[in-house]
Design a protein around this ligand. Structure first.
Ligand code: PMP
Length: 359
């Protein structure tokens, strides 16, 4: 009977998934100050809200699977052709699509560690092999070691700049040197999810124009404030864009997200002005933490990182208890999103408390 059947038979899934940990996002609880997921505190602008409402009213229709209007707006914005742009349900989707578009079973995907937690997941799930290269002692990419680790099986390299979760950005010189050392056949994805907060000058788009194997990944989730709608984009060689279109799951970028992204690009000046406030707060928070005796790597993004080692979990738990939710990373460190001044003050009050200092 059915009950006996349920007790005896486990439906079979891939055995290799047992060794893969699912992506775990930042958590929060009602009433907490959430500084765990690198979102903006500010909502979409009024013009973007109107576009969202209009698109939602037509939700009976499928979205444009070719993302034609959004791609035209992005092409115009960046001065590239429509054939250079792919759109995905957040740039995390494009990370996954890039692995599918470049790797067969057993091919290698390289990235620094620590870096964005989705890289190992999307690599292993696709049947590709993650190759990790440790960050330098100052929490930066070790690009020489990465270039030296390229093999005949390397198909894709993720370079996250500014690096999530540690913060440092790579310079144009460093990236040029790296791209000169890596074979042209290897796709190098410059993950610039935090590009709009980076004031150090390196611009993946400029490198893309000179190195056809560069793919620039950016998102509307962070500085544009659309994390909940899920839309990101890649700027790449047309051959890569075509490959991405083949592995893309149809209709995953919904109509509301596409409309909101188009309206956000039109309001780009206003939205990006907000990043100046975050950059100023980032400096204030980092200075206060340094003054309190913490080690804080330089950050070019909308977060700072405290390499607290084995104290990370307890620090994160105590902060959550005090009402401010952060993002601990195992026994490595804790990442703190820069919020508005009051939110940042609440975090600093915890971080400089005797309780936090004695963890
Ligand atoms: N890349 C990096 C480095 C990130 O930190 C994130 C978000 N945590 C993403 C990509 C994905 O962002 P989204 O899918 O929301 O565009």
């Amino acid at each position: 009977d059915r009950e006996a059947h349920n007790r005896l038979v486990t439906p079979r899934t891939r055995a290799d998934l047992d060794s893969i940990t699912a992506y775990v996002p930042g958590k929060s609880y009602p009433g907490a100050i959430k500084l765990a997921s690198n979102e903006t505190t500010l909502g979409p602008l009024p013009s973007v809200r109107d576009a969202i409402a209009d698109a939602a009213a037509n939700a009976n229709r499928y979205p444009d699977n070719g993302h034609v209007a959004l791609i035209a707006a992005l092409a115009d914005h960046f001065g590239v052709t429509a054939a250079n742009i792919a759109v995905g349900a957040g740039s995390v989707s494009l990370c996954q699509e890039l692995v599918h578009a470049t790797c067969n079973d057993g091919d290698e995907v390289m990235f620094a560690w620590r870096s964005f937690e989705a890289y190992p997941v999307v690599t292993s799930v696709a049947g590709a092999v993650p190759v990790t290269v440790p960050l330098t002692p100052d929490y930066r990419h070790d690009l020489d070691a990465m270039a030296a680790a390229v093999t005949d099986r390397t198909r894709l390299i993720f370079v996250c700049t500014p690096n999530n979760p540690t913060g440092p950005a790579l310079s144009t010189d460093e990236l040029e040197r790296f791209l000169d050392a890596v074979p042209d056949r290897v796709v190098v994805a410059l993950d610039e999810a935090y590009f709009e907060y980076n004031r150090s000058g390196a611009d993946g788009l400029d490198l893309f124009r000179r190195y056809p194997n560069v793919v620039v990944l950016r998102t509307f989730s962070k500085a544009y404030g659309l994390a909940g709608l899920r839309v990101g984009y890649a700027i790449a060689d047309p051959a890569v864009v075509t490959a991405l279109s083949k592995v893309h799951i149809a209709f995953t970028v919904n109509a509301v997200a596409q409309a909101a992204a188009i309206a956000s690009l039109a309001a780009s000046g206003e939205l990006l002005a907000r990043t100046d406030g975050v950059v100023a707060e980032r400096g204030r928070v980092r200075d206060a933490l340094l003054a309190a005796g913490y080690e804080v790597p330089e950050s070019a993004a909308n977060f700072v990182y405290l390499p607290l080692g084995t104290r990370s979990g307890a620090f994160g738990a105590a902060s959550a208890e005090a009402g401010v939710v952060l993002r601990p990373y195992g026994d490595d460190g804790v990442r703190i999103t820069i919020g508005d001044p009051a939110e940042n003050d609440a975090f600093l009050a915890f971080a400089t408390s005797t309780e936090a200092r004695s963890i």
